[in-house]
Design a protein around this ligand. Structure first.
Ligand code: PEP
Length: 258
């Protein structure tokens, strides 16, 4: 475990996917903010990546609090004739500070490849959004002993031409596809082993900035397994799907990050 001196401040990030209506989301956030205020949380940052329709009303409620908001996808284009797309500048203007890029559900259901993910990262950084680059292997790739190769290739492809201005400007999330929404979690050893491989790659690419980047683990993180995962050196937070929809579970994970 890292000493308190060099410990990277954890980021506990929810990923709501396509859940809740805006009215439900604001009611949820009102209650969550009250509960968060009553919970020791100064040791970590708290972020909710929500559907884009929820950003403006939630951002209005969250202003001046310790909860930050993010989006779950962004256009690879700055502006123009791209019906249905939302630009990084639009998301930022609506209240997002972060954006999830290259989530496995987008790679699988929307055919996002590393080149597209890379363009989305570039647009996000240009607009001052902090991208959370998701990487992770499928189960068949892990069983074939190719997990590390797959993750490092996604990292290499996604980070082409990327120069974060500092360690706060970029986040990497290791999310093994077989663990997302399945109730199966990587062991803390496996999460740390991949975290260390990602760390080595980002240090080689970004030097000191890479040493201090936040590397998240995502994949069925729950109150019961969070502490064990989060105490590892290269697990500097979580990207949390299902459990982030439940305020009590999310708060328990915030506490587990201590
Ligand atoms: C995710 O959506 O990125 C995720 C990790 O989901 P879950 O926590 O539900 O596995």
């Amino acid at each position: 475990m890292a000493s308190s001196q060099d410990r990277i401040r954890p980021l506990i990030a929810g990923n709501w996917k396509m859940h809740k209506l805006p009215s439900e989301a604001t009611a949820w956030l009102r209650a969550f903010l009250e509960d968060l205020a009553a919970t020791e949380h100064g040791h970590c940052d708290v972020l909710l990546n929500v559907p884009s329709t929820h950003l403006a009303p939630m951002a209005a409620l969250a202003r001046g609090t310790d909860v930050m908001l993010g989006a779950q996808d962004v256009s690879a284009h700055q502006q123009g004739a791209y019906t249905g797309e939302l630009s990084a500048a639009m998301l930022r203007d609506a209240g997002a500070r972060y954006v999830v890029v290259g989530h496995s559900e987008r790679r699988a259901y929307h055919a996002e490849d590393d080149a597209l993910v890379n363009a989305k990262l570039l647009r996000s950084l240009e607009a001052g959004l902090v991208p959370i680059l998701c990487v992770g292997e499928r189960e068949d790739e892990r069983l074939a002993g190719r997990a590390r190769e797959v993750v490092l290739r996604q990292l290499e492809g996604g980070l082409q031409g990327i120069e974060p201005s500092g360690p706060e400007a970029l986040v990497i999330a290791y999310e093994p596809v077989w663990a997302i929404g399945t109730g199966r979690t990587a062991t803390a050893d496996d999460a740390q082993e991949m975290g260390a491989a990602i760390r080595a790659a980002v240090v080689e690419r970004f030097g000191d900035t890479g040493r201090a980047l936040r590397l998240l683990y995502g994949g069925s993180m729950k109150p019961g397994n969070a502490a064990e995962l989060l105490e590892r050196d290269d697990v500097n937070g979580g990207l949390i799907g299902g459990a982030s929809l439940d305020a009590a579970q999310l708060l328990a994970i915030v506490e587990a990050a201590r």
